[in-house]
Design a protein around this ligand. Sequence first.
Ligand SMILES: Nc1ncnc2c1ncn2[C@@H]1O[C@H](COP(=O)(O)OP(=O)(O)OP(=O)(O)O)[C@@H](O)[C@H]1O
Length: 477
Amino acid sequence: MSQPANVWIIDDDQSIRWVLERALSQAGMQPRVFESGEGILMRLDHEQPDAIVSDIRMPGIDGITLLSQVVEKHPDVPVIIMTAHSDLDSAVTSYQTGAFEYLPKPFDVDDAVALVKRAVAHSHEKRATGETHTESPQRSAEIIGEAPAMQEVFRAIGRLSHSNITVLINGESGTGKELVAQALHNHSPRARNPFIALNMAAIPKDLIESELFGHEKGAFTGAAAARQGRFEQANGGTLFLDEIGDMPADTQTRLLRVLADGEFYRVGGTTPIKVDVRIIAATHQDLEKLVQAGSFREDLFHRLNVIRIHLPKLAERREDIARLMQHFLKRAAKELAVEPKVLRPEAEEYLTTLPWPGNVRQLENTCRWLTVMASGREIHIDDLPPELLQQAETETTAYGQTWQEGLRNWADQELKRGKKGILDIAVPEFEKIMIETALKHTGGRRRDASILLGWGRNTLTRKINELGLDHPESDEG
Ligand SMILES: Nc1ncnc2c1ncn2[C@@H]1O[C@H](COP(=O)(O)OP(=O)(O)OP(=O)(O)O)[C@@H](O)[C@H]1O
């Protein structure tokens, strides 16, 4: 009921697939994308998503035909049909054929997400039995990290590879905690058994217990069938409890008991269930503080805090940024079936200096964005998303000013002090800064610096003399 909703997106337009996939993932769902409706019906015989979002006009089987087949064979799976705005006929046909809803393109992403959520809720209501087992999507376990702090993490993974010990991973959001948890599992004696991830912050509080421990039929309103919890699903394997700091107090008590006894009861159940589960927990919060504040049980904290792995912020391992970007650009290109883009050196250098508050996830999203939005194969600084460029503008001057604002304030101050002829002070100063910076970038080579500045070589030489910048000529050839 509260497992991440499985949503299939079918569209031959990769940008639509991408936008929806991203938006639904961010809304806590598990989208899966398909370029066409071919094979969907066969797939449905094996597993049913909580909702399907399909385009109408696609090569091969079209959306309406697919819809009619799904409605006939799997009436419990709601289908949302997308099509061009003007196409009223298709809208009508979709409804008549049994679509859950019709989504005109272009659509507002938030509206689309809200609509998919409605469809998912609807299918949960309708689906009395036969919950499908959703595992985390298979991830490539490649973890990039040459920075010393990451090497520490790799060593820990290696050292722990023969053990089933509990691990607590600390680190800001997007630093790769889940990836590391998965790697710990993949390199453990439990590797062949399930790795089940559950994010405490993403589940409504009242559903956490049934999510973890499952429930018996009729345990609460809406519990139409008995259902396994994550603990049972993870039996023999690893249960990754993300954002453990958000676990409600009574669930903490229950978890502690399970860890001590190795058994639990489903919600509404009377038979104890035995499991063998390794716990890896993660949090971006300071659990010691939570313990002090009384919102996290101290005894549970000690049980979880056996081995601790700390993931540094991306800004603390800048040496990995370039490699990570290359990795994500390649991956995004593969996802979108396009040629991989490459960063121009200056764009790469620039990106390496940004603060990246969203850590690796933000970097990954930026690479996806660039793969779709950058016009050529090479990514120039101008291609970067506006919010990243603005960061530079505000960060290059102190006090959060842009240089224009700084200049304006300066001029204002000078005039207030009664100065006259301020251009005679400002213009040479401006040119001096431009010239010196350009020369710095070319290692003192004037010919190249004049190109960077957009001046002729002779103009640059004259200016250097006029301004009295006796920059040594170097490597003029
Ligand atoms: N070192 C790395 N090498 C390659 N990919 C990485 C690395 N670190 C993180 N990623 C990728 O960045 C994204 C975010 O990582 P992950 O979900 O593991 O972070 P998290 O710390 O668990 O975030 P949150 O706390 O928000 O859930 C994932 O797509 C992951 O694959």
